[in-house]
Ligand binder design. Structure first.
Ligand SMILES: [Zn+2]
Length: 212
């Protein structure tokens, strides 16, 4: 059922389509608003994403594991020389996941408490390898986030502080873990698999018309 919240910053009314969403980004001022703010919450102003030529948009539909999903929103990491979209997706059975997108590859992931020992990421660099959970992992990318942009509805809170390093590691079978190193003893882990564009059977993706 559709609900509504008022932007804390500019007082615009924001529609919330999915009851499983916990926050919405104001399309007018870029402030991210929690549906049920706690007294201690501070407001984060994301800013609105500029054109990044992603084929995905809020409202894009896809399929994963036989289930249909809809893209509800995103936050975008602004790294120094790259960006990465983290799209919030809602499945028809009510579950929520994230779809990470970067330069034409996709990963469907879930936030999991993996507890990878922090020393695995000491002096971390692309092509480093380490063992974890009976697998060998290779570091693919390693970027420092400088800011967030965003839009639409999100189902989990964003990793903070804003300034932190995200490490992408892969293993066999297209398995991937994105580790957001938030402090010396706190990390967020997004665990899942890589996919090609065609595998996700997107509909309502952005077409060339909106790129003109
Ligand atoms: Zn606003």
């Amino acid at each position: 059922m559709m609900s509504e919240i008022i932007c804390h910053e500019c007082k615009r009314e924001l529609d919330i389509k999915y009851s499983s969403s916990i926050a919405a980004v104001c399309e007018q001022c870029g402030t991210v608003n929690r549906k049920n703010p706690q007294p201690a919450d501070y407001l984060i102003k994301f800013g609105i994403p500029e054109e990044d030529y992603s084929p995905i948009q809020v409202g894009t539909e896809g399929q994963y594991g036989g289930n249909k999903f809809e893209v509800t929103g995103r936050f975008r990491y602004d790294f120094k020389e790259a960006f990465r979209n983290q799209w919030s997706i809602a499945f028809s059975d009510g579950t929520r996941m994230w779809m990470l997108e970067s330069y034409g590859y996709y990963a469907i992931v879930k936030n999991e408490d993996l507890k990878i020992p922090a020393d695995k990421f000491k002096n971390v660099q692309p092509s480093n390898r380490f063992d974890f959970d009976n697998n060998e992992w290779t570091v693919e990318t390693c970027y420092r986030n400088y800011g967030y942009k965003g839009e639409g509805e999100l189902h989990e809170w964003i990793p903070t502080p804003v300034s932190h390093v995200q490490v992408e590691t892969s293993s066999g079978d297209d398995e991937v873990i994105f580790t957001n190193i938030l402090s010396s003893n706190t990390s967020f882990y997004y665990h899942g698999k890589y996919f090609e564009f065609d595998q996700l059977k997107f509909k309502n993706f952005r077409t060339g018309q909106s790129w003109n």
